[in-house]
Design a protein around this ligand. Sequence first.
Ligand SMILES: O=c1ccn([C@@H]2O[C@H](COP(=O)(O)OP(=O)(O)O[C@H]3O[C@H](CO)[C@@H](O)[C@H](O)[C@H]3O)[C@@H](O)[C@H]2O)c(=O)[nH]1
Length: 478
Amino acid sequence: MEEAIVLYPTPAIGHLISMIELGKLILTHKPSLSIHILIATAPYSGGSTASYIATVSSTIPSITFHNLPTVTLAPNFAASTPNHETLTFEVIRLNNPNVHQALLSISESYSIQAFIMDFFCSQSLSVTSQLNIPAYYFFTSGATSFAYFLYFPTIHNTTTKSLKELNTTLNIPGVPPMPSSDMPKPLLERTDKAYEYLLNSSLLAPKTAGAIINTFEFLEPKAIKAISDGLCMPDSPSPPIYCIGPLIADRGDGSDSGHECLKWLDSQPSKSVVFLCFGSLGLFSKEQLKEIALGLEISGKRFLWVVRNPPSGQSQNLALSTQHEPDLDSLLPDGFLDRTKERGLVVKSWAPQIAVLSHDSVGGFVTHCGWNSVLEALCAGVPMIAWPLYAEQRSNRVVLVEEIKIALWMHESYSGFMGADEVEKRVRELMDSEEGDSVRKRVLILKEEAKAALSPGGSSHVALAKLFESWKKSQAAF
Ligand SMILES: O=c1ccn([C@@H]2O[C@H](COP(=O)(O)OP(=O)(O)O[C@H]3O[C@H](CO)[C@@H](O)[C@H](O)[C@H]3O)[C@@H](O)[C@H]2O)c(=O)[nH]1
């Protein structure tokens, strides 16, 4: 019987693309395998993945997508939940019968070697253990985040308070000193449903056959060592980890090449442009957009800025529903576009980020610190300014600035507001100062190390080979 690997990403673009890239990577080394990818209904919109999936589907015959039947959240569920992560967990929970059915149907024609699920899909472990299929986590953020997720049950057991009340610095093996308030939002509140789901994903880690992480040894050596030494799960056996990254989307189809912003970049001097883009979901208030505009204007620097409409109603600064094109004239200061037209371009809603970061004219990146954005900048050798917004991005900022030293810190007010003077100061600092030079040099070293990690004999290449070996062993064990 032909052998297959089944992948189960969460539908969010920041999770789904790197999982599909993992499928492609597996195929380059094991072309005889068949890759099956289960796609659950997206609980919110935020970055369309349809054209990317269509391209993969039509160009790589060994990858088959299985759209799981649509599940419906209870009425008012979305409105009553404080975190978008909870919506994802709920969709995954409701999909368990569909996953069960899909696995049964795939196994009629294939021998399933492994089931690789997103860390957020841990509830499907009950299905895979019932069917005796070895299951692995795929962790789409860095090893440092994985280290604190593994340690999270320990933190949970040592206090009855919520992290948001602790106001302390957490000392977690392999993790730089972490202010408790910089932990991911769903971990801050004990009564939050997402807290319970994430705690459960952490507790279930020892039941997996291993965890695949989108990082590489040189990038996060301390976290990787601490996890491998079992320090992050003091009370249970830690799963083996496979750091196979960096995995970033390969947009080799050239679909982005005609975008107006790339043509504009062609006319800008080398390394002169600061790119500002805030992930698949990031939104700012109108007041904040105005401050960014003023900061960019007084900085005198060239810029390319992706602007979206401000949040409305329940959306908590996140683009969880379909976005309308922003009306730039009403959102930005009077005359801003005209005054900066020689050196700046504002793009509405979405830019081809990977192509932009790889363009020679781009010299800096103001980012929300989503892990894919970080890896994409690193692979392009572009230094960053860290402006975290949601999910685990505040802890990523600590790691990027304090530990890896490829980003500058942006200092927000207590409410999270960033004044024009701060925007101006950091942009100038990145482009013109010694601090900027220092992060630029460091990111170029990491760019080379990333390539080396993926090359034959490199750490990620070796980790992938070990992962393939483990499939044989887990098959034997099941
Ligand atoms: O205008 C845009 C905006 C985004 N992107 C792409 O969208 C992806 C965004 O991914 P990421 O930077 O990781 O941000 P999120 O979409 O916010 O990703 C979620 O998933 C990540 C991986 O787990 C986490 O690190 C983040 O905090 C979490 O919010 C990247 O590939 C970007 O290149 C574009 O191409 N154009």
